[in-house]
Design a protein around this ligand. Sequence first.
Ligand code: C2E
Ligand code: MG
Ligand code: MG
Length: 637
Amino acid sequence: MGPLLMYPALYLVIVPMILFVIIIVLDITHRMKAGKLKGDVAQAQTQLFVSDIATNFSLSGGTSTAQRIDGLLKKLADYYTADLVLLHPTDSEFSDLICTQHFAKNGAKITPQQMSVYQKRWADYLLEFSAAAGGGSSYMNEALNHKLNKAKNQPWFFIPICNKDKLIAFLYIEASGKRSPWTEGQLVPLPVVSRIVSDALEKEMSEMRISFMAYYDSLTKLPNLQLFRERAEQAIHNARRDGKTLGIVYLDLDSFYSINDALGNDGGDRVIQAVGKKLVDGLRNTDIVARYGGDKFLILLNGVGHVDDISKVADKIMCIFQSPFIVDDHELFVSASVGISVFPVDGEDVDVLIRHADIAMRTAKDRGRCQYAFCSINMRETMEYKMNLSNSLFRALERNQLEVYYQPIIELQTEKIKGFEALLRWMHPDYGMIPPSEFIPLAEKTGLINQIGSWVLETACMQTMAWKRMGLGDMNIAVNLSVVELRNPNLVKQVQHVLKKTGIDPGRVELEITESTMTKEPDYIVGILNDLKKLGVRISIDDFGTEYSSLNRLKMLPIDVLKMDIQFVRGIEKSMKDQAITRVIMNLAKNLDLKLVAEGVENTTQRDFLKSGTCNEVQGYYYYRPMPADEIPSILA
Ligand code: C2E
Ligand code: MG
Ligand code: MG
């Protein structure tokens, strides 16, 4: 007999137990099914979230990086039911692209105190993070896994954003409350989130790099001409609509080459950077400072009410250059010349305004640097005239527009013609006869003076020989040499060639160099003059008295003639002082055993004064003006 039959009371225990077990098993099975379902839902949610943030960047055409990041922060806040999500760049390159940006559920701003708390947490995190990850390429995942455990116990966590093993930013996610509200499942996709954000930022960054190259100057990080032009066009459009004016400033550093010489090109680059920075710091945010290349900057003065306001800004710009720039521990004083054009008076489009500001800048430079000038109609016309001259000068020689005039040089005591000075004239088809003071500087700038100068020398020597052959006597011929010609390494050869070709007696040829050339090119010139002297020609110092020649140098230079400048001759009648200086120059020449020629004698008073002293020869309108070659035979006869 079984025990159940023996003890029927056992039924009362076993049956409920069996029923209980069945219920438990059923319950567990049910719970397991429900749990799996929940897991499935969570997984689906996670997948949805990941794909959502992945498309956030790729599908948001037309929005800015900041707007796209904003969208991301909101999505993160939703998914993690967070109260605050913050993105903070930690790499300088990326801080050009992204600034610290946050999303707070209650719309609150982040105070500096809060920010320093987050940064402290980030510093602690980094310490642990590097200890846990130990560097290496997989350190992202390890670090994240390591921090997951922590995140379960505290209401905030970080998502580090790495790019090619370099930390570029962090995401900080915080919930209110004391304990973490996150499920493990929610924390699982952190590495994926990190990857998506990092890829997206890298993509934004490379787009930014491309547009940066097109629109910004790489050295100064300032807008380049292209961007400046676009902004200025927009500003002009607005100014026209609102009836306002605006200014374009063209700034060029003075003697930048000497800074480059002293500091090297790298040092020069740092000076350019420092100048750009000081300009940006010293001007309003609405003004646009751009680098125009080299040592040139353009500044757009926006929304100006009145032209007077532009002068105030110009004063401010000049002020920037009154304190030194610190570059490589050197204190450097840099100066700049500034030209300003104003819309609409000086032009209505960007390129014209830039060109006119450039003209004004050159005028400021000519006035002695370190100043500013406004563009004026007068200035523009002069500049246009000069540009036209400069362009047509290239053809002047081959079109036979150049002509040598001759001004007789008279021996004072005998009043006989001893020789001539060759003086160049340009017969311009539109402007008529142009004096050398106007076109010689242009020819010097373009280097054309070498070709022209050598033509003048040859023409003058040939002419002198022609007069000699005509039986008009042996005349001296004085020809002016420009400083640019003296720097030409072929000069001595060219002179030698002309002497040989024309057969002139070298002792009859006088080469005039101005006193300013002599003081500007002190050492280099001595060798050249000595070489010229070896050819047998004579050297004279023109416009003597206008510079400050050291008497010692004068003694050492291989010169034969002094030509006293016209200003002293003019002053003879007017001032005792000029008379005194003239006497000093006469004595100086005599004592140094140099021939003295006085320029610009126009009347008998001047002539008599010079005659009473020791002046040897004179040249001036009192005797003859410079004249074409064909008029000379009649006066010689
Ligand atoms: P410069 O060599 O000092 O020439 C003397 C200038 O004084 C000439 O001016 C001459 O016409 C002018 N002059 C002569 N007598 C009188 C006078 O009594 N009164 C006044 N008011 N002026 C007088 P120009 O011909 O206009 O030449 C100006 C300068 O241009 C020259 O000064 C010279 O430096 C330069 N130049 C002329 N021809 C050449 C050339 O072929 N080559 C170079 N490099 N320079 C030249
Ligand atoms: Mg001369
Ligand atoms: Mg002179």
